[in-house]
Ligand binder design. Structure first.
Ligand code: ATP
Length: 240
């Protein structure tokens, strides 16, 4: 399997606060890799740094072997990195279809039939969005907006989909559904880097996982290994 994303010894600060320290991890083509950790562990910071929204203090990020450590955020979708941000981040004044169109904006092939195929893919994954094409995003439920944010990121036809807390704020039934869809997106060929507080679901779905504690990676393994690890169970899986 080929390495898609390589993060080496990454250090990121907010002023004098060290948010992450010497964080290293890899994502191979075809994988779901998850970063789990408590509030404030540095998950969102790591994700934002991969998508170029936070500057790197030390360390490097490579994508398909290319050094992108200091590449501007707006150039990264062109390479194939798309983020569905924490807190959904839809364009609330725009319709569902307009939001999805915006997702395809940075594509070089945006006039090609492939864009229509990807729209059909999104509607296949999220039939609710197909039913609500002209609804204004801001009037949709939290779960629907979450689906739209993921759908919009998929419209960039990413090689790597960055998902920051897709289950946040959702009812238990919807959480299950969102994770089923993440698994399906991956089966269809998209590599996924997933940040989650819902460690049980994330470990169940991920091929490999890393645990972040106060800005550092303290454990790594397959999803199954970490889910069976007594220390991980005690700290992140409610002790069962
Ligand atoms: P959460 O699940 O709560 O979003 P997280 O694991 O994503 O947590 P981060 O948001 O990456 O954690 O935060 C990592 C550290 O950086 C924390 O100590 C946090 O207080 C700090 N931090 C995050 N954003 C800022 C900011 N804008 N200014 C100053 N410190 C920040």
């Amino acid at each position: 399997m080929r390495v898609l994303l390589e993060v080496d010894d990454l250090c990121v600060n907010y002023g004098r606060i060290e948010a992450i320290r010497n964080v290293s991890f890899t994502v191979d083509e075809g994988e779901i890799v998850t970063l789990i950790g408590a509030n404030g562990a540095g998950k969102t910071t790591t994700m934002k740094t991969v998508s170029g929204l936070r500057p790197v203090r030390l360390g490097s990020i490579r994508f398909q072997g290319k050094d992108i450590t200091n590449m501007p955020a707006h150039d990264r979708p062109v390479l194939g990195i798309a983020q569905s941000p924490e807190g959904r981040g839809c364009f609330v004044g725009m319709s569902v279809l307009e939001n999805l169109d915006m997702g395809a904006y940075a594509r070089k092939d945006r006039k090609s039939p492939k864009v229509k195929e990807d729209l059909d893919r999104v509607f296949g994954l999220f039939p609710r969005l197909a039913e609500r094409k002209s609804q204004v995003a801001g009037t949709m439920s939290g779960g629907e907006q979450q689906m739209l944010a993921i759908g919009r990121a998929l419209m960039a036809d990413p090689k790597l989909l960055l998902l920051d807390e897709p289950s946040m704020g959702l009812a238990p039934k919807l959480i299950q559904q969102i994770f089923d869809i993440v698994t399906e997106i991956n089966k269809q060929g998209t590599t996924v880097l997933l940040v989650e507080q819902n460690a049980a679901q994330a470990l169940k779905r991920a091929h490999r996982a890393y645990i972040l504690e106060t800005g550092e990676i303290v454990r790594e393994g397959t999803g199954a290994e970490l889910a069976a690890d007594p220390a991980v169970k005690a700290a992140y899986l409610g002790g069962d």
